[in-house]
Design a binder for this molecule. Structure first.
Ligand SMILES: CC(C)(COP(=O)(O)OP(=O)(O)OC[C@H]1O[C@@H](n2cnc3c(N)ncnc32)[C@H](O)[C@@H]1OP(=O)(O)O)[C@@H](O)C(=O)NCCC(=O)NCCS
Length: 177
């Protein structure tokens, strides 16, 4: 049976093993360091990570980190990154469960918006849309702008025109975009 729970820093070794096998050789070092950096940082609202476990083995990981808008629009948002599932457990709905659990958690927390930079064919099935992503100007130019999407979680509290934002320090690195 699969369990989803909040991740703790003591999970870092297991998370890094998942990342190492899920991502390509070119990507996995940077993502592994990113996962470690995300645990070191304290923000308000907090960074929240989830792990998926079978028995006591961590087989999936996702992190949600807050964004900080440069204008006071009253909108609170998060970015989903990274997401990884061990290859031997892929295509069994675990990635979907980690995303849906995050959406539920952040909706209950009162967050307004969730953003993601990734394959729209995958994230689109959860309700992420390009038109929402477009309202939030990322801190770095994107190679694949169509992969920048977002969804509303709570009240209709999205800006009317595109606004800039900063992300947590761990994600403020151009190579992660
Ligand atoms: C992306 C990832 C997290 C999906 O996890 P998962 O547990 O296999 O996902 P699910 O079982 O919930 O969904 C599987 C479905 O997504 C599809 N899918 C997986 N990766 C996809 C991608 N990059 N683009 C489009 N579809 C994708 C699968 O083909 C499958 O489709 P189906 O349901 O029609 O058969 C996993 O493949 C992974 O860890 N990949 C390597 C790391 C990575 O790319 N992370 C995302 C960075 S944005």
């Amino acid at each position: 049976m699969i369990t989803i729970r909040l991740a703790q820093e003591t999970d870092l070794d297991s998370i890094q093993k998942v990342v190492a096998t899920a991502f390509s050789d070119e990507e996995n070092k940077a993502i592994s360091n990113f996962a470690a950096d995300l645990f070191k940082e304290t923000t308000s609202p907090p960074i929240k990570s989830l792990v998926a476990e079978i028995g006591n083995q961590v087989i999936g990981y996702v992190c949600y980190s807050p964004i900080f808008l440069k204008t006071t629009s009253g909108t609170s948002g998060y970015i989903l990154s990274p997401l990884a599932v061990s290859p031997e457990h892929q295509n069994q709905g675990i990635g979907s469960t980690l995303i849906k659990s995050g959406i539920d958690m952040l909706t209950k927390d009162g967050a307004d918006i969730l953003l993601v930079y990734g394959d729209p064919d995958y994230y689109g099935r959860f309700g992420f849309k390009e038109e929402i992503g477009r309202l939030f100007v990322p801190p770095y130019p994107l190679e694949y702008p169509f992969g920048w999407t977002g969804m509303k979680l709570n009240k209709n509290n999205a800006p009317n025109t595109p606004i800039k934002f900063e992300c947590v320090a761990a994600l403020s690195k151009p190579d992660l975009w």
